[in-house]
Design a protein around this ligand. Structure first.
Ligand SMILES: [Zn+2]
Length: 280
């Protein structure tokens, strides 16, 4: 295939941002931080290596994810605790905020709700930025590791991918069967994972996570949340996932409740205002 005569001109067209986000509702981080300063810890949950845990966070409380024993990547699912049909929408979150999330950005829910479920209030890896390979931390580009892709590519039957870990954890939390729980599992926020796309071939890549003991990612729950967090079998994702060969560590989830009145004036965001008539 030969290039057209004006190929260089066509490639030289400057990009435009798909979703300029100047009109996105801005979280009141100062209010959240003031409330956080009054908060006390009310619970903690541990995702063991190659397993997932679930946790519940009422609207107006905070949750913190950390890797206290060593570098470890986590795959995070969020649902409205009162309605599992409202769940995290990785793709639209990516379109609104970019490929990787950090402080002040939000995890948005799926249609027809499309509202912030959680706001990132603290990210000790925010310093990482975008590295020389185009990699960054906490991505919304990488779906979740799963046994179907492994089977497709290598014929394997591996049961501790994040998809299966999340499925088992959700089933245990809700009393659903595995078959009932599995369709609720969705594309994740890859907590602490360092990823990007290669510039030459556009392929999804991962590299060893920069997370260390003492680092954490903290969120404000905008609505009542049910969360599930899988300690990825890839460990720090420096080499491979979807096997038991990588060194893995647990992940810790801690929940903090602000003092009464600390969020004066704040209310959970309403569901999206589109009237859903779809032109009829
Ligand atoms: Zn995984």
């Amino acid at each position: 295939m030969t290039e057209p005569a004006d190929a260089a001109l066509r490639r030289a067209i400057a990009p435009v941002i798909c979703y300029p986000n100047e009109t996105l509702p801005v979280p009141d981080l100062a209010l959240y931080r003031a409330a956080r300063a009054t908060a006390v810890k009310t619970g903690e949950f541990v995702a063991p290596p190659r397993e997932a845990c679930t946790f519940r966070v009422p609207a107006g409380q905070f949750f913190r994810i950390s890797a206290p024993d060593g570098p470890q990547v986590g795959d995070l699912n969020l649902w409205n605790a009162n309605d599992l049909s409202e769940r995290f929408y990785s793709g639209k979150t990516r379109a609104l905020h970019g490929t990787h999330l950090t402080t002040g950005e939000r995890m948005w829910s799926a249609f027809p709700y499309l509202r912030p479920m959680a706001t990132i209030t603290e990210d000790t890896l925010a310093w990482y930025g975008i590295d020389q390979y185009g990699g960054s931390v906490h991505d919304v580009i990488g779906t979740r590791c799963d046994p179907y892709t492994g089977n497709l590519l290598s014929g394997s039957q591996y049961h501790h991918c994040c998809h299966s870990n999340l499925t088992r954890a959700l089933a245990d939390e809700t009393g659903m069967t595995l078959a009932q729980a599995e369709p609720h599992v969705h594309d994740v926020l890859n907590v602490f994972m360092c990823t990007g796309f290669t510039r030459d071939t556009g392929q999804y890549f991962m590299k060893a996570s920069p997370v260390r003991a003492g680092d954490h990612l903290e969120f404000f729950a905008e609505i009542d949340l049910l969360g599930a967090l899988s300690a990825c079998p890839g460990g720090d994702c420096s080499a491979e996932h979807s096997s038991d060969t990588s060194t893995c560590h647990p992940l810790l989830v801690e929940v903090f409740a602000p003092a009464d009145g600390a969020l004066a004036g704040w209310t959970p965001p309403p569901v999206n205002g589109y009237d859903r008539s779809h032109g009829r």
